[in-house]
Design a protein around this ligand. Structure first.
Ligand SMILES: Nc1ncnc2c1ncn2[C@@H]1O[C@H](COP(=O)(O)OP(=O)(O)OP(=O)(O)O)[C@@H](O)[C@H]1O
Length: 277
């Protein structure tokens, strides 16, 4: 059993390992985010939601070091991630970007195996532990059956699951995912969200995911962070605290809030013609 598979390692709810403080980040000279501060609860599932162009991917990129901050700092266990050695960071924090670059002709097994790269070095070559981690990740994501097929031959949803498998094979404590359910049919949306939820609840992993489906975000996450115009406009923790007023403010639409028939949690139904803009 890997140490991360030990439920006793699930951290208490108030532990913060990953945090952004007064973050400004963007492209060229244009700051998309300005003054964003976010504490990510360790061992919990945080969803980032917000309209197109609100800065969700930019925040995820800055929090994973794909993007250098213009101001402010992102810390992991108190250390500025932009000053950590690349491999050391990659053993702690994994990122699945929105449009990952895919090398041509790679098999699914080879792609998922790349998740093990941070664990290798001159003195530490491919091992049984790597093989087992890859196989476990493929089994969890339902990609084992494609193992020998070229990634290019798969459908968008199948490919998405392979990328998620790669992120899981990396076995980092923290995993950031940009729209992990994009391209997935309903069954796999639910399976992948169940899996991410299980990784937090039973294996102590910290998950931060950009999600577009507000109702899935509210029903799966422990915390939902609302972004608009590059700033955090609200945080619902627990997500049941989410209100139609917050949704109106962030998305500019009117919604009805009804109780979920099984859980009693909120379900939001957009009103037809309910655009408030
Ligand atoms: N590589 C880039 N170069 C220049 N501007 C960019 C780049 N990527 C994003 N932007 C701009 O930054 C802003 C925020 O984009 P971002 O992708 O972070 O939003 P998002 O909330 O993730 O959107 P979506 O829901 O559409 O994925 C947008 O105005 C976008 O045009």
């Amino acid at each position: 059993m890997s140490p991360l598979s030990n439920p006793s390692l699930v951290p208490p709810p108030d532990v913060i390992r990953l945090a952004a403080e007064d973050l400004a980040a963007g492209y060229g000279r244009h700051a998309v985010l300005d003054g964003v501060s976010l504490d990510v609860a360790a061992g919990r599932f945080t969803a980032l939601v917000g309209p197109n162009g609100s800065g969700k991917s930019t925040l995820l990129s800055a929090m994973s070091r794909l993007l250098a901050p213009m101001r402010g700092v992102v810390t992991l266990d108190g250390k500025a991630i932009h000053r950590m050695p690349t491999k050391a960071l990659a053993r702690e924090l994994g990122i699945l970007p929105q449009n990952p670059l895919q090398p041509e002709g790679l098999s699914v097994f080879d792609l998922v195996s790349r998740g093990r790269y941070p664990h290798q070095g001159l003195l530490r070559q491919w091992s049984d532990a790597d093989e087992a981690a890859v196989e476990r990740a493929m089994r969890l994501t339902g990609t084992l059956e494609f193992a020998r097929r070229p990634v290019d031959d798969l459908s968008g949803g199948q490919r998405q699951r392979c990328w998620i498998a790669m992120a899981i094979a990396q076995e980092t404590q923290t995993i950031l995912l940009d729209e992990p359910t994009a391209f997935l049919d309903l069954r796999y949306q639910v399976e992948i969200l169940d899996l991410l939820h299980d990784l937090t609840l039973n294996h102590g992993r910290t998950i931060v995911a950009v999600l577009h489906d507000l109702n899935l975000a509210v029903s799966y996450a422990d915390t939902v962070v609302f972004l608009k115009d590059g700033a955090i406009r609200g945080t619902a923790s627990p997500p049941a605290d989410c209100t139609p007023a917050l949704i109106r403010d962030v998305f500019g639409i009117e919604v009805l809030m009804v109780p979920h028939p099984e859980t009693g949690g909120p379900v939001f139904i957009p009103r037809r013609g309910g655009d408030t803009a």
